[in-house]
Write a protein that binds this ligand. Structure first.
Ligand SMILES: Cc1ncc(COP(=O)(O)O)c(C=O)c1O
Length: 361
C-alpha cells in the first residue's frame, strides 16, 4: 500500500475558477498562468483539462512552454520571462511561442536572428522595477522592429500591490500603462488574480489568472470582501496518521523538545514533513483539519513526519485516519498566515514526493 499522503487536485474546481474569472472580466481574454507546475497542481493535467476552454497559457520560461507543446498543447503560450539568450527566439519560432520583450538586449537578439519574428508582448516597467522596458526603450524597440512584428502585440505591465486595492500605487501603474498604450494604440494586459477579482478598470485585452485559478484567495486579508470571485480550492493536501500515543503532562515532543504538554495529551504523528514541502518553520499551533475540527501542530516539523495534539478529538481518532493539511475545510491562506508566508509559496513548494490524485467534482 503506498503512503497515504496526497495532493488531491480537483480539476473541476480549476475550471469553475477559470469561468469565474471570465465572468468577472467578460470583455477580456483570460490567460491561465500555469508556471511552476501550475502552482503545484501539475502543469500538464491542468493544461490538458483547460485545453478547449482557456484562451491561452502563461509560463515563466521557455522550458515550461516547450514541455507543453511536446505534450500536445496547441493554445497560445506566453513566455513571461521571454528569451534568456538569443537561441530562445529560434525555439520560440519552432514551437510557436509568444515571447515577452522586457529588456533591450532581447530586441537586439531578435534583430540579429534570421528567424521570422514570433508574436511579441512588450513589458513596460510601470513601477515594480523587476522586469520591463522604460518608455524610451519601448519607443526604440517599436521603431527598430519591422511593422509585421508589432501586428499582434500587447503591452503588458505587472502590479506591485494588487492584493491591496486601496493602495494608490495601483492606479499610478495603470495610468502609466494606459498612457503608453494610447500613444501607440496597442491593447494591454495588466490584471493578475487580485486585479481580476477587484479592479475592473485594470481589465485589458488579456488578463493573467494565476492563484485564483487554483481557488486560493488572491486578496490580502483586509481586502478579501472586495473580491468578486467565488472560488473553489483546487488542492487538498492530506496525510495519514501513522502513530498515536499518550504522553504525560510536562513531557516534550519532537526534535529539540520545543513543545511540552501542559496536560496529559494524545499526539498523532502524520506521514508528511519538510521533505514533502510542508514548511519546516511551521510553528506550534499551525492548524490542520480532522473529523470536523481544527487540531494544532505541536513540536518541530521533521523530514518525513509532523505531530499534532489530538487530545480534544481523541474519541474519534484512529491510526490511518486522513488529516487535511489544507483544502476545502482549512484554507491554504490560513495555514500560510501561521507560517508567515503566502498561499503561493505553500502550494508551489509541495515536492514531487507527494503523489497527486486528480478528480473532477
Ligand atoms: C507576470 C505575471 N503575470 C501574472 C501572474 C499571475 O499572478 P497571480 O497569481 O497573482 O494571478 C504572475 C505571477 O506571479 C506573473 O509573474
Amino acid at each position: 500500500m503506498p503512503r497515504q499522503t496526497f495532493a488531491n487536485i480537483n480539476l473541476a474546481a480549476v475550471l469553475h475558477n477559470y469561468h469565474q474569472a471570465q465572468q468577472a472580466a467578460p470583455h477580456s481574454k483570460t490567460m491561465a498562468v500555469i508556471k511552476a507546475d501550475a502552482y503545484g497542481h501539475g502543469m500538464l493535467p491542468v493544461a490538458q483539462y483547460l485545453q478547449d476552454v482557456a484562451d491561452g497559457f502563461a509560463v515563466a520560461f521557455i522550458d515550461e512552454a516547450i514541455a507543453l507543446r511536446e505534450h500536445g498543447i496547441t493554445q497560445p503560450i506566453l513566455v513571461l520571462e521571454g528569451a534568456h539568450q538569443p537561441v530562445d527566439f529560434s525555439l520560440a519560432q519552432e514551437h510557436d511561442l509568444w515571447m515577452v520583450i522586457h529588456q533591450p538586449e532581447q530586441v537586439s537578439w531578435l534583430l540579429d536572428a534570421d528567424e521570422p519574428i514570433p508574436t511579441l508582448w512588450f513589458k513596460v516597467d510601470t513601477g515594480l522595477h523587476r522586469l520591463g522596458l522604460t518608455v524610451a526603450q519601448l519607443e526604440h524597440a517599436l521603431a527598430s522592429l519591422p511593422e509585421s512584428a508589432i501586428e499582434n502585440t500587447v503591452l503588458m505591465g505587472h502590479f506591485a500591490c494588487a492584493d491591496d486595492p486601496s493602495n494608490e500605487f495601483n492606479a499610478l501603474q495603470m495610468e502609466r500603462l494606459n498612457h503608453i498604450a494610447s500613444t501607440y494604440q496597442l491593447p494591454i494586459s495588466m490584471a493578475n488574480s487580485p486585479a481580476i477579482a477587484a479592479d475592473p478598470a485594470s481589465h485589458g485585452a488579456w488578463n493573467r489568472l494565476g492563484i485564483a485559478l487554483y481557488g486560493s484567495e488572491p486578496m490580502n486579508k483586509s481586502s478579501e470582501d472586495t473580491s468578486k470571485l467565488s472560488l473553489r480550492p483546487a488542492m487538498q493536501l492530506s496525510a495519514g496518521i501513522i502513530g498515536l500515543r499518550t504522553i504525560k503532562q510536562g513531557e516534550g515532543v519532537g526534535y529539540g523538545q520545543t513543545w511540552h504538554a501542559s496536560r496529559d495529551s494524545v499526539i498523532a504523528t502524520l506521514a508528511i514533513g519538510y521533505g514533502d514541502g510542508y514548511p519546516r518553520h511551521a510553528p506550534t499551533g499551525t492548524p490542520a483539519w480532522l473529523h470536523g475540527q481544527k487540531i494544532p501542530l505541536v513540536g518541530r516539523v521533521s523530514m518525513d513526519m509532523i505531530t499534532f495534539d489530538v487530545t480534544d478529538v481523541i474519541e474519534q481518532v484512529n491510526i490511518a485516519d486522513n488529516v487535511e493539511l489544507w483544502g476545502q475545510h482549512l484554507s491554504v491562506t490560513e495555514v500560510a498566515e501561521h507560517v508567515s508566508t503566502i498561499n503561493y509559496e505553500l502550494l508551489t513548494r509541495i515536492s514531487s514526493r507527494v503523489s497527486k490524485r486528480y478528480h473532477y467534482d
